[in-house]
Design a protein around this ligand. Structure first.
Ligand SMILES: NC(=O)C1=CN([C@@H]2O[C@H](COP(=O)(O)OP(=O)(O)OC[C@H]3O[C@@H](n4cnc5c(N)ncnc54)[C@H](OP(=O)(O)O)[C@@H]3O)[C@@H](O)[C@H]2O)C=CC1
Ligand SMILES: O=C(CO)COP(=O)(O)O
Length: 352
């Protein structure tokens, strides 16, 4: 145990986000153990204090020590930050389960939904971790590109948990002058907002790639948020969460930033590349692709209209031409802007 409120925190995954969050924790004086499954990367971080593949040009604080052994990285630690892509979450939790002996607070920062099971990440964590190894689950989300966090540019995020005392502990762990952390008690809304904005960012990249302008992008962002809110509210989220950091905040940053991998992938699709060509050249995770599959399934399960998700699904998985997909959206039958969400809210209040 260390002095005051300083503690040891293990960050699992030394990609761009895990590394940037490790920097925030180190700036706050915590002992940061950054676990990677890549031994060369571990050596690079410990020897040169750099992570050239994911955050080139950034000097890492020396309080960050990288580990190749998960067992060593977890000894005596109560808090871990899970920062791997959604599709790696179960595998990594299996490895943690195999070596861990005491209960952990797991803060996850991944923005995805698992296709087929349709589980959110906090639900996967609860499924994979035995009760005796799991103290609390927290999600940290919001408009936060790793590239800017690593430059210590002002950033705001939100943390959410079923146990608000745990959310507040994680808020205290991360908050500093450059990285402002809010709390929100709506875990479903925070997870759904963070995951589904990647679908809309892919679509926004496509319209930019097609050479359409700001009107098209604003339309996608606004109508995209409407369908995210419709689904999220039906799944049990608080509709207000979608006007917060994990909703509109993250949607804005991902649809408009040069850093967004989802926007970049969409942009290349709009310019005529195939999905395989795009993903082969990205080198980092593009969560929106799998999340589109999951959201398409969720829309059917919850009987919610999600026209943007539906046409994007056809572009990604059924070879639909992106320009034709935009035409499909523009030639839909007339509708009221707010009616669907109002109907969902009315249905919910009748159920209560
Ligand atoms: N980058 C960002 O700005 C932000 C990202 N996020 C979210 O954080 C999550 C992680 O993203 P990000 O860091 O950007 O992704 P990156 O692609 O930058 O890095 C992913 C990291 O996870 C590692 N990894 C992948 N699969 C496994 C596995 N099976 N076992 C162990 N390690 C694995 C990768 O290792 P290797 O190098 O060997 O592939 C790499 O270190 C995503 O859900 C993303 O949406 C959220 C907010 C901001
Ligand atoms: O979630 C992010 C910013 O908040 C990162 O988005 P990308 O994965 O599209 O880069």
């Amino acid at each position: 145990m260390q002095e005051d409120n300083k503690t040891a925190v293990t960050v699992i995954g030394a990609g761009s986000w895990g590394t940037a969050l490790a920097m925030v924790l180190a700036d706050n004086g915590h002992e940061v153990r950054l676990w990677s499954h890549n031994e060369n990367q571990v050596n690079e971080i410990n020897q040169f204090h750099t992570n050239q593949k994911y955050l080139p040009e950034i000097k890492l604080p020396e309080l960050i020590v990288s580990y190749a052994s998960l067992n060593d990285a977890l000894i005596g630690v109560e808090n871990i930050v899970l920062a791997v892509p959604t599709k790696a979450i179960r595998e990594v939790l299996g490895k943690i389960r195999a070596v861990q002996k005491a209960p952990l607070t797991i803060t996850h920062v991944s923005k995805g939904i698992e296709p087929n099971s349709l589980l959110r990440i906090s639900e996967i964590i609860k499924e994979e971790m035995p009760k005796e190894l799991l103290k609390d689950v927290v999600v940290l989300s919001g408009p936060s590109h790793a590239e800017e966090v690593s430059l210590r540019h002002p950033t705001t995020v939100t943390v959410s948990s079923e146990n608000m005392e745990a959310a507040e502990r994680i808020q205290d762990l991360f908050i500093n002058q450059n990285f402002r952390v809010y709390t929100n008690s709506d875990v479903i809304g925070v997870e759904i907002g963070g995951a589904l904005k990647n679908i809309i960012a892919l679509a926004a990249g496509i319209t930019d790639g097609l050479g359409y302008g700001d009107n098209a992008k604003a339309a996608l962002m606004t109508r995209g948020l409407a369908e995210i809110a419709r689904l999220g509210t039906k799944m049990g989220a608080n509709p207000l969460t979608f006007s917060g950091l994990a909703g509109i905040g993250d949607l804005i940053v991902t649809c408009t930033s040069v850093h967004s991998r989802n926007w970049k992938a969409g942009n290349l699709l709009g310019k005529g590349k195939t999905l395989d060509e795009v993903l082969d050249n990205m080198g980092m995770v593009v969560e929106g692709v799998r999340t589109t599959k999951a959201a398409h399934q969720l829309a059917q399960t919850f009987d919610v209209q999600m026209p943007i998700t539906s046409v994007l699904y056809n572009v990604l998985f059924n070879g639909k031409n992106p320009k034709d997909a935009v035409d499909v959206l523009m030639s839909r039958g007339r509708t009221h802007e707010m009616e669907d969400l109002v109907n969902v809210l009315e249905e919910k209040s009748l159920e209560e």
